[in-house]
Design a protein around this ligand. Structure first.
Ligand code: IPT
Length: 267
């Protein structure tokens, strides 16, 4: 039996580690995985990728592409009666989905900075056309406002280290004591920008990422981050889809927990 995976670009660390985790679990369960990767997250491209997998007669479809509710619902209908599982949709989408708790992740990052006594907090968000980036951003603002705070600056990157580097220079103008970053790759760029400007992390500036990708413990200094357990996501996604082969999965969102991993970029 064969599972299809439609994924956003595998040039990014998180989606490639998620795909690897799915492949490992599928092999353990005797399934193969066919991957269709999008160069750009456009709805038409996602439809074409799904059609491509259906033409290859896959038995179920995993979709790790940020999708608005309506698009996800249209794709699920297109795949019907095959089981589909979405990994990057909002809670309102009437499809079967498995996602990490973005709100809890955002709150953990803010609370960590507040506990360290940091008050001038800047935010480096992900691309706002991605559901997960918006949820993290909204979660940060909510957690800050609970503490009667507003961010001292907000910038937006595209998930890449290069964008983190560029946007960090803009954020530093507001003299933050902390920068909360929407993913580890952008945090890598932030650390480089700080090193070049002679800003000591964590003494002068605390930095936290999001993902805990496999390389994040090897950054310099090792990165404090919010851990999304991609191995667990891969296992549960494959197991959930396989269960859907015999028993159609209901529409609904399952949420996986995230956790704070304290390393050496925050103090
Ligand atoms: C999300 C990652 O956190 C982020 O770093 C980026 O790689 C993004 O994917 C790409 O779409 S994780 C996703 C399951 C919400």
């Amino acid at each position: 039996m064969t599972l299809g995976l439609v994924t956003t670009t595998l040039a990014l660390h998180a989606p490639s580690q998620i795909a690897a985790a799915m492949k490992i679990r599928a092999s353990q369960r005797g399934f193969s995985v066919v991957i269709s990767m999008l160069d750009e997250n456009l709805p038409e491209a996602c439809h074409a990728a799904v059609d491509n997998l259906l033409a290859q007669r896959v038995d179920g479809v995993l979709i790790n592409v940020p999708l608005e509710e309506e698009e996800a619902e249209r794709l699920a209908q297109r795949c019907h009666p095959l089981p589909t599982l979405f990994l990057d949709v909002g809670p309102q989408a009437r499809v079967s989905s498995l996602v990490f708790d973005a709100f809890a992740g955002a709150r953990l990052a803010v609370e960590h900075m507040l506990a360290l006594g940091r008050r001038r907090i800047a935010l480096l968000a992900g691309p706002q056309n991605a559901v997960s980036a918006r949820l993290r951003h909204d979660g940060w603002l909510a957690a800050l406002s609970q503490a009667d705070l507003e961010p001292c600056a907000v910038a937006q990157g595209d998930w890449s280290a290069a964008s983190g580097y560029q946007q960090c220079h803009a954020l530093l103008a507001s003299r933050p004591e902390a920068i909360i970053v929407a993913n580890d790759q952008m945090a890598l760029g932030v650390l480089r920008a700080c090193a070049e400007r002679g800003i000591n992390v964590p003494e002068a500036l605390s930095v936290i990422g999001y993902d805990d990708t496999a390389d994040s413990a090897w950054y310099s200094p090792p990165l404090t981050t919010i851990r999304q357990n991609f191995r667990e996501l891969g296992e549960q996604a494959v197991d959930g889809l396989v269960a859907g082969l015999t028993q159609p999965p209901g529409a609904g969102q399952r949420v996986l927990p995230v956790s704070l991993v304290e390393r050496r970029t925050t103090a």
